[in-house]
Each structure stands twice: as C-alpha cells, then as structure tokens.
Design a protein around this ligand. Structure first.
Ligand SMILES: CC(C)(COP(=O)(O)OP(=O)(O)OC[C@H]1O[C@@H](n2cnc3c(N)ncnc32)[C@H](O)[C@@H]1OP(=O)(O)O)[C@@H](O)C(=O)NCCC(=O)NCCS
Length: 374
C-alpha cells in the first residue's frame, strides 16, 4: 500500500524531466536547470521538451518566428476574453479560454490526437496565445486599454509589454524569460499527471491542457504563488514577520511557498529565483518585498525544516516587475504549457489507457434493505 498521494509511486516512463529530490537537482532532457537558465531561452526550452534535443539555429529561429506570427486572437476568442474579464477569476478564465481554443480551432476533430503533427501544432498555438489571453484579460480587468502583441518581441518581452504597455529593459525581459524557463516543466506533478491521464484516453490536447490548468489552480500546486504575495502584503513590514509566522504555525496553517513532495534538501529553482528576486528588486529600486521574503524564509526555517519552493521567490520577483498578484498562477500556466504539451505528446507516442485501481476499504457485501425498512 502506498503512503498516500501516490508518493514515490512510479506511474510511467518519461524522457522529459529528471529530478533528484535528495541532491536538489532538476534537468530537462539531461540539461541542468542552471545551464538552461544561464544559456537558454523559453522557446529553446519548449523545443527541447517537445523534441528531446536542443534546436539548431534554423529550428530555433523558425519556432520564434512561428510563435510571434501566431499570437493574434480570433474575433471569437477576443469576444470571449472580454466577457471573462467581467466575471471570471483568473484561472477560471484561462481554463475556459483554453477549452474554447479547442472549439475555435478550424482543424478541430475530436479524434485527431493520433496525428502528432496536428497536436504539436496545437501546442505551439497554445504557447503563442496563452500569454496574449492572460495579458488581454488582465488589462481589461484593470480597466486599461488592451495592448496588442508586438511581433518584434520574443515571448517574455512581449508578455511584459502587453501587461504594462511599455517595452521592458533587456535585464527585465531576461529575468522574466528565466522565470518561464524555470516554470516550463517539472515531471509528474499533479497538473502534468492530470494532463497525461486525460491524454491517455486519446482525447485531444486542448482537453488535456484544460484539465492541467484546472489542477494547477489549487493552492497546494500553482495557486501558491498568488497566496505568497498576499501573505507578504498582509505581513507588510519586517518587524511583523516573527509574530505572523508564530501565529500561522500555531493555527497549524500551511505557509505558502514552503514544502515540496520531492525536494527534501533544496529546490534549485528557488535558489535561482532568490537571486532573480534580488536583481529585480534592485531594478525596481525597492528591496522591501525581497527582504521581507528572506525574513519569512529565515523565520519559517528556524521553526520547520521545510524547503523554499518555486512559488516563494517568484511572488516578489513578479511584484517587482509591477505584475498584479492575481495573475501569478496564470503566468505559471503559460510557462508550464510547454511541459504539459511535451508530456501529452509523449503519452500519445506510446499510449496505454491509464486505469489504476484502489484498495477496497468499504463494507463487506450486504443485502438490499427496502426504503421503508431502513
Ligand atoms: C507542497 C505540499 C503540498 C507537499 O505536501 P506533502 O508532500 O503532502 O507533505 P505533507 O503534507 O506530508 O507534509 C509533511 C509535514 O510538513 C508540514 N508542512 C508541509 N508543508 C508545509 C507548509 N507549507 N507549512 C507548514 N507546514 C508544512 C506538514 O504539516 C507535515 O507536518 P506533520 O508531519 O507534522 O503533520 C506542502 O508542502 C504544502 O502544502 N505547501 C504549501 C503550498 C505550496 O507552497 N505549494 C506549492 C508546491 S510547489
């Protein structure tokens, strides 16, 4: 019998991502996350995850051009985002919009997943348009004019441009690109597993990604980054940290951004994000949220040996970039779509329906009792 939560259960073979929880290392297709952040870009990593190899210059330029060319939303999708911005919460809006992309897709054929080229094409479309959906939704929510995508900018810079209406500095665009790289993939986490289970029925890739977004929304998964920022804003100043942490732990609350099922020593992404958070604080000329994060980390670790996870320092990093906290989990999704779709394609390539079983802990067989005799 497993420990619950499928902990340590091997459910499939995969060549996409390897994690050593004890050593605190993460690799995409063999390349360390440190190398990918230092030398790679988000489109380059997406290609790596999809194809198992780094792209050559021609392949990379081709993908970058395709992503830039495929950002425009159809009239129908635009109309939908306007409606969603009026009434839907961010992750509900994104889940609904990605599901609607399946209807909006002119090539839609409910039973086409076996066509790997078509599914790959749809993966590129989602990667190109999810940032546009999120930025358009966010601008409308804030009552600001929508900023159209800029075909001269790569994914990271274009997203910041569309969110803020000003072209980011190279340093900011590079920092945000590093965030996308670090969020692009992470093995059999809950949302990726959800996508693979759904894909194993041979349904289409939009359906699989919609279910992944539904899973990511939860506070124990991607929803944590928004809550980290809410926590920092609630604490507000360094002198309140000790009391806040004591009170939260006394109430047996989970502190968002801490703990991990696999990493038991260090989450390498958190280590890199801590540096990025400081760098972005310097760029913004405000170290408050970075320093506050560090203080919370120290106070929590003085009481509990919990790793700081990817969500913790991404909150202060995004805040320093002027991004609204409610949009942090959608940002996670628009990066992770690279990994989700890589896993869906891997599942399609070697599919067998996922259909596990449960250990029976219910009553012994019993006889039917008519309603009047109960
Ligand atoms: C990520 C997470 C769900 C992993 O959970 P898990 O592997 O199931 O770990 P468990 O729930 O078994 O927790 C083990 C112990 O650590 C404690 N713990 C784990 N995360 C904690 C947190 N964030 N704050 C306080 N205590 C925590 C648990 O209370 C438990 O303590 P106990 O044994 O005294 O009861 C969990 O750490 C968590 O809820 N973190 C906060 C949410 C978050 O940041 N999610 C993003 C993940 S990338």
């Amino acid at each position: 019998m497993s420990k619950g939560g499928l902990e340590d259960v091997i459910v499939a073979e995969s060549a996409i991502c390897s994690i050593d929880g004890a050593a605190g290392t993460l690799r995409y297709c063999g390349y360390s996350i440190d190398d990918l952040v230092a030398h790679g870009s988000f489109p380059e990593c997406a290609w790596l995850l999809w194809h198992g190899q780094l792209p050559n210059a021609q392949e990379l330029n081709g993908l970058r051009a395709t992503l830039r060319a495929r950002r425009d939303l159809s009239e129908g999708m635009n109309f939908l985002v306007h409606g969603l911005a009026e009434r839907a919460a961010p992750m509900d809006a994104l889940r609904t919009a990605v599901s609607a992309m399946g209807i909006d897709d002119e090539t839609t054929d409910g039973n086409a997943p076996a066509d790997l080229d078509l599914s790959q094409d749809r993966a590129i479309r989602m990667m190109a348009q999810m940032p546009v959906l999120v930025a358009t939704y966010s601008r409308l929510r804030e009552g600001k004019p929508v900023v159209p995508p800029d075909p001269d900018l790569d994914e990271a810079a274009n997203f910041l441009w569309m969110m803020r209406g000003e072209v980011p500095s190279n340093a900011e665009a590079k920092a945000f690109d590093a965030c996308l790289v670090m969020h692009a993939e992470h093995g059999f986490n809950a949302s990726t597993f959800a996508a693979r289970v759904v894909a194993s029925t041979l349904t289409d890739i939009y359906s699989a990604v919609s279910s992944a977004i539904a899973s990511l929304k939860g506070p124990l998964h991607g929803g944590a980054n928004t809550r980290v920022m809410e926590m920092l804003l609630e604490i507000g100043s360094e002198d309140r940290v000790t009391q806040w942490v004591d009170d939260a732990l006394a109430r047996k609350e989970r502190i968002m951004g801490f703990g991990h099922r696999v990493y038991k020593t260090t989450d390498p992404r958190a280590r890199i994000l801590e540096q990025l958070s400081e760098q972005c604080a310097e760029l913004a000329g405000n170290r408050l949220w970075f320093e506050l994060s560090r203080r919370v980390q120290a106070e929590v670790n003085a009481r509990k040996p919990l790793v700081t996870n990817v969500d913790f320092f991404s909150a202060s990093t995004y805040y320093a970039m002027g991004l609204s906290p409610e949009i942090y989990t959608p940002i996670f999704a628009l990066a992770r779509v690279a990994g989700w779709t890589a896993h869906v394609l891997e599942q399609y390539r070697n599919n067998r329906l996922m259909r596990p079983r449960a250990a029976w802990v219910g009553p012994e067989p019993r006889s039917w009792v008519p309603v009047e005799a109960r």
